[in-house]
Design a protein around this ligand. Sequence first.
Ligand SMILES: [Zn+2]
Length: 243
Amino acid sequence: MKGFRVRRPPTRSQEILPLPLAGPDAVYLLKRSSARRSLALRVSEQGEIAVNAPLRLPRHEVERFLHRHADWLRDRLESVRSRVFQWRDGAELPWLGGRLVLVTLSPGGRPAVRREADRLVCAAEESALAAAVVHWYKREARPLLAERLAHHAARLGRPVPLLRLSDARTRWGSLSPKGVVSLNWRLAKASPEEIDYVICHELAHFRHRNHSPAFWREVERLYPDHVEQRKRLKAEGGRYFEF
Ligand SMILES: [Zn+2]
């Protein structure tokens, strides 16, 4: 029987591997397939890195390929991470794990922002829109975060620590040596559960000023669902930091 070929579905495999050249915690998804003859590198809109490779290509060949494209990869990650938020009418603003729809009005004097149910109505010049909305977030975030901080401190029988609203570009919270809890105003975009986790994380630092196993046991005690909320913050974090 000449020229007869059985077509088999391709064999595939997937694994997640560390990628130090893209950052200390960076990983990439290596997708192998017997149907592939060449290597391809992709970075998704969410910043996930994936490499498609032939099924039996040695790992060091894949790594060499990644090193050859390191500059491109870093540029691409940088641009994904610094994606600028589109300030326009109808834009979706993350708020307490849900969203508000931005409604823009032409300004009548000073910029004014008010919330109407799930809409954030903003009367401002286009150039002042971002600043006006951020100002509104900060104003709303403070009492909201203060209330949760007081709630969890009371649960622990601790005096309520001082709260400082932070504008850090990468971190959600910190505890100063003097016992002041800093919380990022962008937490107002996160869900109540994510907020509670961050607050319990900082409160746990009163007992352990490090991230030792003992510290994580304390977090576990204060907020048993911490693993899930940490995962979500990691996954959504990029979106919350768009503005
Ligand atoms: Zn910490």
